[in-house]
Design a protein around this ligand. Structure first.
Ligand code: C5P
Length: 319
């Protein structure tokens, strides 16, 4: 029988905030341990009851230190063993677990940059799921600013209105459905040239990245400006033609129509604006891994990114 030792963190005042448990995990699949920035950990376990009759999911959401069920409750319902161990007993096996599972680090940041339509959004989502990290599409923050100005009919070069809108951006309330419109993306790249707007949004993005257990952020300046110390930096690109074809296929898949040449022209124009601006232009960080998805399906890109990340984490853990 294999055992994983879990430090249980909760915020109930009537009990010590950290208890130590030894949990038999062989009965479960997809178990995940998460070590938080304050050094405590929670666990999430997904699996089935011993007789296979009953799917169960215990644990909190991936960035939560709350919402874990009581151990008593788990025991009563699910009958897996949990026995208290001391901190000293815990220490040794926990280190081994950490070494074997690189993602259980205090804070993990994966920075993904690249031009529009290179596939970084899908990749970021897959990686955040796989490594159980928070996810932020930073493009949405610039889109939210542009959308706020468009809504009230203000010109996109009204810097003070853009700053006010930037201050009001709430990362928890970014509405992709509203913000994903093509025109909003275009407008976003116009407000994104203002350094003061960028500073306000970058601060919010950094706060997000600092929230345990860490995050995948995708955008244009994540590896260079927002998180220059990110554990892993990926620069995802593809030829403008391939990106235009993908965009066209996307539009057609939802019943829309568009002209390839116009989409291509848009993409080229947006690249020029993003790469040519003075503040935080789009470019690969010096230590970024380049991933050209021109000839690569998303699954292949995901596997390639995973190999890069696992390798970097294994090296970091050895250091
Ligand atoms: O990625 P998305 O197309 O949603 O981004 C919209 C625009 O927001 C980009 O064209 C870019 O000008 C701006 N942006 C940025 N920095 C980021 C993310 C997006 O300047 N980190």
């Amino acid at each position: 029988m294999k055992y994983v030792h879990v430090r249980w963190k909760h915020d109930r005042a009537e009990e010590p905030s950290h208890l130590w448990y030894e949990v038999a995990v062989d009965k479960f699949q997809n178990r995940t341990l998460e070590l938080y920035a304050d050094g405590s950990a929670g666990f999430a376990i997904r699996g089935s009851a011993e007789d296979g009759s009953d799917d169960l999911e215990v644990g909190g959401t991936r960035n939560s230190t709350e919402g874990f069920p009581d151990v008593e409750e788990i025991n009563a319902d699910r009958q897996f063993e949990a026995s208290e161990v001391t901190a000293a007993e815990f220490e040794h096996p926990w280190r081994k677990v950490l070494a074997a599972r690189p993602r259980m680090t205090s804070l993990l940041t994966i920075a993904i940059d690249g031009p529009a339509g290179a596939g970084k959004g899908t990749l970021a989502r897959r990686l955040a799921d796989h490594y159980r990290l928070n996810l932020l599409d930073t493009g949405l923050t610039y889109r939210a600013v542009a959308h706020a100005l468009l809504q009230v009919g203000l010109p996109l070069d009204n810097v003070s209105a853009a700053e006010t809108a930037a201050r009001q951006v709430d990362l928890a309330k970014l509405d992709r459905a509203v913000l994903s419109a093509h025109a909003v993306g275009e407008a976003a790249s116009k407000v994104a040239v203002f350094p003061t707007v960028r500073r306000i949004l970058v601060e919010k993005q950094r706060d997000f990245a600092r929230t345990p257990p860490g995050a995948v952020l995708d955008g244009r300046d994540i590896g260079t400006v927002v998180c220059p110390d990110a554990d892993i930096k990926l620069y995802v690109t593809a030829s403008a033609e391939v990106r235009a074809k993908r965009r066209l296929a996307e539009i057609e898949s939802i019943g829309g129509t568009a002209k390839f040449t116009e989409i291509l022209a848009d993409i080229v124009r947006r690249d020029e604006r993003d790469m040519g601006r003075a503040d935080s232009p789009l470019k690969p960080a010096a230590d970024a891994h380049l991933l050209d998805t021109s000839e690569m399906a998303i699954e292949a890109a995901f596997l390639a990114a995973m190999a890069i990340i696992d390798d970097a984490l294994a090296r970091r853990n050895k250091a």
